[in-house]
Ligand binder design. Structure first.
Ligand code: PLP
Length: 431
C-alpha cells in the first residue's frame, strides 16, 4: 500500500495559501486524494511521497518528448545564460516561426505567444478585425481557453443546453459579463445542417468558427466524414474565418498537426502544448493576408512573448521532432495501449468507446457514439473514475476526470505500456 502522507500534508498547507490548494482548478482532485508533484523524468513522475507513476496526463498534453528531456533542457539552459527576456526579437524566435511554418501546411505566418488561451484570444481578435464582424461560433463542450469570450457551454450538463435546434448558450463561470453572451453562438458538434441554418441567419454577423479538429474536452468527439470539409465550404460561402484550435493536437497527432494529417485548410490555427515539451510557449498563425492585419491597426503584444526559455524549448523540441521518428514511436505506443484496453474491457464485459488518435485518446464506458457533448453525457463517468483511482494507487497516472485524454510521449516504452495494461487488467478484475 502506497503512502500519501506527504501529499496530504502539503495539501493541508497549500489550502491555506491558494484556493483549493492549487493554481489551476483542474489540479484539485479532492481532499486527501490530490497528488502533489516532486519530479518527472521521461514517462514517469514521482509525487512528494516518492511514489512513482507512468504518466498519461503529461500535464494535459505538452510533455510530448518526456519530462526533463536532456536535449531540450540543455538548449534552454544555454539560452538562460543569454538573458531570459530581452524585450527585443531574437534569431531564435525567427527560427521557431520558420520551423512552425515549415511543419504546418496551412500556416504561412505566425506570432509567438505564451499560452493556448493567448493564441485563441488573439486569433479571435484577428478574425474580428479582418472580417469586421463580432460574433463567433463554438461547439458545445469545446474548451478554447480560460478567458471570458470563449467560456460558454463548456462544462454545463448537456441537459442545460436546451433543444439542439435552438441551443442555449451557458456561461461556464460566475463573473463572465452577461453582455458577452450576445457575441457567441454555441452549437452541437458534427451537425452540418444546423451549422448551415445558423449561418443563413447569422452569417452576416459571424467573424469566425472556432473548433478543435476533434473535440477533446468531453471524451473525444471525432468529426464525421465530410463535417470539416462542409464547415470549410460554409465559411467561404458566408465570409467567416475558420480557426482550427490545435492547442492539443498540434505537433502531437502528426508533425504538422491535424491540418497536415487530414489536409484541413483553416484560415487561422492555434498552437501551444506540444510545441515546447512543457516550456510555456504558444503560437497562432495562418494565411499571410489575414495575419498581415496584425500591426496594421490590430494590436498584439506581450512582455514575455518569445522569451529565451520558451523559444529555446520550442526550437529544440521541433528540431527533435523533425530529425527523429517521434510520431511513429508515439503512434505505435498509443496503438498498443488502445488495443490492450479494448481487449481487457471487452473481456470484462465493460463495453467502451476509444476515440481519437493513438497519440491522444479517450476511453468512454457505456456509449458507442460520441458525436457531440450531448452524446457523451450518457457515458459512465463513475466507472472511469473508479478505474482511474485504483490505477493511480498502483502506479499509473491518468486524469481522474473522465473527459480528459490519455497522452503518449516519445519516452513511453513497450514495457511501460505492458505494465499499464497489467495494472488495468488487475484493477478491472477486482472492481
Ligand atoms: C483546445 C484547447 N484550446 C486552448 C486551451 C488553452 O490553453 P492554455 O491552458 O495554455 O491557456 C486548451 C487548454 O487545455 C485547449 O485544450
Amino acid at each position: 500500500m502506497k503512502s500519501f502522507e506527504n501529499c496530504e500534508k502539503l495539501q493541508q498547507r497549500a489550502l491555506k495559501s491558494m484556493p483549493l490548494g492549487v493554481n489551476s482548478n483542474g489540479r484539485f482532485w479532492g481532499k486527501g486524494i490530490t497528488p502533489y508533484f516532486k519530479r518527472g523524468k521521461g514517462a514517469y513522475v514521482w509525487d512528494v511521497d516518492d511514489n512513482k507513476y507512468v504518466d498519461y496526463r503529461l500535464a494535459f498534453g505538452p510533455v510530448i518528448l518526456g519530462y526533463a528531456y536532456d536535449e531540450v533542457d540543455e538548449c534552454v539552459i544555454e539560452a538562460l545564460k543569454t538573458g531570459v527576456t530581452p524585450g527585443i526579437t531574437t534569431e531564435r524566435e525567427v527560427e521557431v516561426a520558420e520551423k512552425i511554418i515549415d511543419m504546418c501546411p496551412a500556416t504561412e505566418m505566425v506570432r509567438l505567444v505564451n499560452t493556448g488561451s493567448d493564441a485563441t484570444q488573439h486569433s479571435l481578435r484577428v478574425a474580428r478585425a479582418y472580417t469586421g464582424k463580432d460574433k463567433i461560433i463554438k461547439f458545445e463542450g469545446g474548451y478554447h481557453g480560460s478567458y471570458d469570450y470563449v467560456l460558454f457551454s463548456t462544462y454545463a450538463p448537456p441537459s442545460a443546453y436546451g433543444n439542439r435546434r435552438s441551443p442555449i448558450t451557458i456561461p461556464a463561470s460566475s463573473g463572465i459579463p452577461a453582455a458577452l453572451n450576445d457575441l457567441i453562438i454555441t452549437l452541437p458538434f458534427n451537425d452540418l445542417e444546423l451549422l448551415e441554418e445558423t449561418l443563413k441567419r447569422h452569417g452576416h454577423e459571424v467573424a469566425a468558427i472556432i473548433t478543435e479538429p476533434m473535440l477533446g474536452n468531453f471524451g473525444s468527439a471525432d468529426p464525421v466524414p465530410g463535417f470539416m470539409e462542409g464547415l470549410r465550404k460554409l465559411c467561404d460561402q458566408y465570409g467567416v474565418l475558420w480557426i482550427l484550435d490545435e492547442v492539443k493536437t498540434g505537433f502531437r497527432v502528426a508533425k504538422g498537426g491535424a491540418q497536415e494529417k487530414y489536409g484541413y485548410q483553416p484560415d487561422l490555427t492555434t498552437y501551444a502544448k506540444s510545441l515546447g515539451n512543457g516550456y510555456p510557449i504558444a503560437a497562432y498563425g495562418g494565411k499571410k493576408e489575414i495575419m498581415s492585419v496584425v500591426g496594421q491597426g490590430v494590436t498584439q503584444g506581450g512582455t514575455y512573448v518569445g522569451n529565451a526559455v520558451a523559444a529555446a524549448g520550442a526550437k529544440a523540441t521541433l528540431e527533435i521532432m523533425t530529425r527523429e521518428g517521434v510520431h511513429e514511436h508515439i503512434n505505435a505506443m498509443g496503438t498498443r495501449l488502445q488495443k490492450g484496453f479494448k481487449k481487457i474491457f471487452d473481456e470484462a464485459g465493460l463495453p467502451c468507446m476509444i476515440s481519437s488518435e493513438p497519440a491522444i485518446f479517450t476511453v468512454s464506458f457505456g456509449i458507442d457514439q460520441n458525436l457531440d457533448a450531448r452524446d457523451w453525457s450518457k457515458a459512465n463517468g463513475s466507472l472511469y473514475k473508479k478505474i482511474a483511482a485504483k490505477a493511480f494507487e498502483k502506479g499509473v497516472l491518468i486524469d481522474e476526470d473522465p473527459r480528459e485524454p490519455f497522452c503518449l510521449s516519445y519516452s513511453h516504452t513497450e514495457a511501460d505500456i505492458d505494465f499499464t495494461l497489467d495494472v488495468i487488467e488487475d484493477v478491472v478484475k477486482h472492481l
